[in-house]
Design a protein around this ligand. Sequence first.
Ligand code: UDX
Ligand code: UDX
Length: 463
Amino acid sequence: MRVCVIGTGYVGLVTGVCLAHIGHHVICVDNNEEKVKLMQSGQAPIFEPGLSELMRSSSEAGHLEFTTDLAAGVAHGEILFIAVGTPPLPTGESDTRYVEAVARGIGTHLDGAYKVIVNKSTVPIGSGDWVKMIVMDGVAESHKSLVTAGGVSKAHSLEEMAAGFEVVSNPEFLREGSAVYDTFNPDRIVLGGNSPKAIAMMQELYTPLIERQYAEDKSLPPVPVLVTDLSSAEMIKYAANAFLATKISFINEVANICDRVGADVTEVAKGIGLDSRISNKFLQAGIGWGGSCFPKDVLALTHIAEDYGYDTKLLKATVSVNQYQRLLAVEKLKQELKMLKAKTIGLLGLTFKPDTDDLRDAPALNLIEELNRLGAKVKAYDPIISSSGMRHGLTGVIVETDPERLADGCDALVLVTDWEQFAKLDYEKMAKLMNHPILIDGRNFLDPEALKSAGFHYVGIGR
Ligand code: UDX
Ligand code: UDX
């Protein structure tokens, strides 16, 4: 099928590349010229495992193109994905101005040929109908200018131009760091909309994925497809992220109790995770959840609820536990070192989770700020940030090129991101290079016994 993806961020680019890989002809549109040039030259602007390879092979096969030309993208696609960012406003509400600009732009380029417009971006509940309205405004604008120019033919009557599109909500559930894998191995596909024709086109688009042709385990039954109304589909996205964030805050709260009563949260997580009603996923206690989705979506849902007269008690508690957790490592450092002024603290990891270069709402940023405020010097080593030269506006931290240089002269280390590489570092050598061999394991990722025999004083979260 002919697909256009507008917005080539983490979600849009992965979606576009994967749809091209399964045989569709995809044009990705982005208004950032520099980014488009980079992608046209075969390079991915983000780090995501497996993405570059698929991007290259699909481009070579002629299935994938990049452009800044929205008109060309709209003309090409039978299915148009809106995947621009919806970052949080200072108030916590979702900033939908990019979605609005794109929806209007699509409207001005519609020519009567039938298109399905898909909301892939996480947008406030009710945005499906709102996008429809904005697209219609765009259609009316272009119709007016056509009339003024005397170019309206029967094929371009306002009614026909307007009848030529439907809006579908198709939320994404991709985790950064495994977004390509998640695309080919989805737990479910959610389609919200009330047009059988549009839903049928979306099912056709996803058929190779539904039939698990690209899945790791091809013998699994087909991927469940949930067809529902627009608002429920939009709500599913928020509810899924809010539930997962709440689950992590829950285990973090349990960890804080474990710390006080001498239990080990990793054992507790195993014990409760074996209950199939609970499941063992997303029960890793640590220094809190971050990233581009959980913080923004939990806050946005709180705001949406407030707009409609409901005070979200549980979600507020979820956020409040997370705020406490974000600075827990500093509290633990204070317990170990007392005064932090003039101490040197080394952070193992900067990104909000492993296998990504994304620093959006990363716990590391809170730690750097608070440690700086207390007068400590902060150094960091991150497998991607250190080697890529990308600094994303990082301030108040010296980025070291390897773990041993990081350890050198440190009064304590904090493991911030559970990068696989960190399991195999030469901790014995690192301990010897430090002023005080203290390690706060902010992800309960390392083996306490191994660290102790390497010479470290090991401090976990709730263990
Ligand atoms: C996506 C969104 O779908 C968001 O709603 C969801 O919650 C998380 O995933 P993300 O992929 O992280 O966001 O967005 P980002 O990395 O900010 O990329 C957005 C892209 O859209 C950028 O490349 C930007 O240049 C482009 N863009 C933005 C446009 O092409 N046109 C615009 O008008 C605005
Ligand atoms: C999330 C959702 O999982 C995905 O479905 C959605 O579409 C986008 O948002 P992402 O933010 O990329 O994905 O990563 P995720 O793996 O969910 O981790 C989010 C944060 O929670 C990270 O900071 C991670 O370190 C933290 N986390 C995760 C924990 O602290 N404990 C856990 O057990 C799991």
